[in-house]
Design a protein around this ligand. Structure first.
Ligand SMILES: NC(=O)c1ccc[n+]([C@@H]2O[C@H](COP(=O)([O-])OP(=O)(O)OC[C@H]3O[C@@H](n4cnc5c(N)ncnc54)[C@H](OP(=O)(O)O)[C@@H]3O)[C@@H](O)[C@H]2O)c1
Length: 192
């Protein structure tokens, strides 16, 4: 199975606006009405950065009467951070820092035959790519421009991408799927 960076972005390539808000995305409809639900059913392990975790915590968890239930993931989640983040009881959330390789090994063990989902942000996804551990990118492009914010990728990588599919969902979303074709076979998929 694969390790996939799957995220939604504005037409001009931002995954969050300057306030780290996703309101611009949700006002267009539910991006989960796309292929995302089918993708999510196959996910067995998740990795995300501290900012993404904190956003979910602030907007979905801390505002709920039942924080454990409000946490959206039943599968194990690795959160990369160098600071102390708020914990959520009775949920399999593992706080880690440093190299992505040992985390990826653990994700492969836990996910079994299921997908390892890199939620984001883009810098974390690039760390998996740099380690030769990212297999696919799925970007759901939303029909909105933001002019600034958090970019899909924070720097140039020259990733060798092969476009696998393009699908339209309603009037607001276009999903593009890419396979990463590592040039050097020694850094190709190590994660079957
Ligand atoms: N549109 C979408 O589909 C989508 C998807 C995902 C996220 N988002 C949004 O996009 C924004 C993401 O922001 P972002 O890309 O700046 O943040 P991010 O990846 O969520 O978090 C960045 C932070 O993660 C920690 N980190 C990353 N790699 C690490 C490593 N190897 N070791 C230790 N810590 C590491 C660092 O935290 P420390 O500060 O602890 O050092 C770093 O500052 C958020 O607002 C999020 O809600 C949108």
């Amino acid at each position: 199975m694969k390790t996939v960076f799957n995220a939604a972005a504005s037409l001009d390539g931002f995954i969050a606006d300057e306030d780290n808000s996703l309101e611009w995305l949700f006002q267009l409809g539910d991006p989960e009405d796309t292929e995302f639900n089918r993708f999510f059913e196959q996910v067995g392990a998740i990795a995300m950065g501290a900012t993404t975790y904190q956003w979910i915590y602030d907007h979905q968890v801390s505002t709920s009467d039942d924080p454990s239930e409000a946490w959206p993931y039943k599968m194990p989640v690795w959160v990369f951070s160098n600071r102390k983040l708020p914990r959520i009881e009775n949920r399999d959330i593992r706080f880690v820092s440093g190299s992505v390789e040992p985390v990826h090994d653990a994700m492969c063990r836990e996910a079994g035959g299921n997908i390892r989902w890199i939620v984001g942000g883009g810098d974390l996804a690039v760390q998996f790519y740099d380690a030769g551990l990212l297999d696919e990118i799925i970007i759901t492009v939303a029909s909105v421009t933001l002019g600034g914010g958090v970019p899909f990728f924070p720097r140039r990588t020259d990733m060798p991408l092969k476009l696998l599919s393009v699908k339209q969902y309603g009037r607001a979303f276009a999903e593009l799927r890419y396979e990463i074709q590592y040039v050097n076979p020694s850094t190709a998929v190590k994660n079957q």
